[in-house]
Design a protein around this ligand. Structure first.
Ligand code: FAD
Length: 247
């Protein structure tokens, strides 16, 4: 079992009542962008641990994570109250295969994330690998309300740095928000609106697709993609789809 180490919270940014980011100083081992670690608090004498994706790039400090407080969720609600200087447990060694090492080369890289499921993509986009390996990188964020769209500044910085190589599209399900698309990501794949919005075709020859977050979005999108002939990536039989479900 990987070793627990103690980290110190350096910031807790409350974006909305349910959405926040923690910055943590901790001596974790090197990790690969897209991986997760476990965070834990001792609550009523019991260590409560859950997996969380790194949002920060591997070389970046402090470490950064992006959270949604699940209704009645034990750990996500407890972490909401952490203040700078408070301690939190982290697994020293990261885990997971939701990394570009598992994604074959292609022309375009599509990244679909819902809610806090965008976190591992930011870690990946902060590294050089996607820009070296893909001609075009398209980040698609699905959320419920405009208030859930966060990290505008970081998205702006990536846009400025990467120019035409990078596109960002936001889909909002519960509100009409100027500058975003209304509805769910799977529906926009099915009716072609996503490809029209990006002026790029999803194709077996030219697209690699990573999906992260809400398992309903992941399942529905994968079903639609499979109907179009896309396949999941397996080490022995490479395809085009790589997924990470958050629950
Ligand atoms: C590999 C991996 C990486 C993850 N990375 C993140 C991350 O970076 N940020 C993050 O917020 N969560 C992430 N999660 C989910 C996280 O591990 C916890 O499940 C979540 O914080 C709820 O924990 P809890 O103790 O508060 O709630 P619990 O009492 O464990 O309740 C779990 C329930 O909360 C809901 N839920 C879980 N996660 C979310 C979520 N992100 N948004 C909305 N509802 C949710 C589901 O209905 C689930 O059944 C990740 C999960 C996995 C498997």
């Amino acid at each position: 079992m990987a070793e627990w180490i103690q980290g110190t919270v350096s910031d807790n940014i409350h974006w909305t009542e349910n959405l926040y980011s923690l910055k943590i100083d901790a001596e974790v081992d090197n990790f690969t962008a897209g991986q997760f670690t476990s965070l834990a608090l001792d609550i009523d004498g019991e260590r409560i641990a859950r997996p969380y994706s790194f949002l920060s790039a591997p070389a970046q400090r402090p470490l950064e994570f992006f959270f949604y407080t699940a209704t009645g969720g034990v750990l996500s609600n407890a972490m909401l109250g952490l203040k700078p200087g408070d301690h939190i447990w982290l697994k020293k060694k990261a885990n997971g295969f939701f990394t570009l090492a598992e994604v074959p080369d292609s022309r375009d890289l599509w990244l679909f994330g819902t809610g806090t499921g965008i976190a591992p993509f930011f870690s990946i986009l902060k590294t050089e690998e996607p820009w070296r390996r893909f001609e075009k990188v398209i980040l698609v964020h699905g959320v419920r309300t405009a208030a859930d769209l966060r990290y505008h500044e970081l998205i702006g910085e990536i846009q400025q740095c990467r120019g035409d190589k990078f596109q960002f599209k936001a889909f909002v399900t519960r509100e009409d928000v100027p500058g975003t698309y209304h509805g769910r990501i799977p529906a926009a794949i099915a009716d072609g609106n996503l490809e029209n919005a990006c002026s790029t075709k999803l194709s077996i020859e030219d697209s690699q697709i990573m999906l992260c977050g809400n398992p309903d979005m992941v399942k529905d999108a994968v079903e639609i993609l499979k109907e179009r002939g896309f396949k999941k990536n397996r080490r022995r039989t490479p395809g085009q789809i790589t997924v990470e479900n958050y629950w």
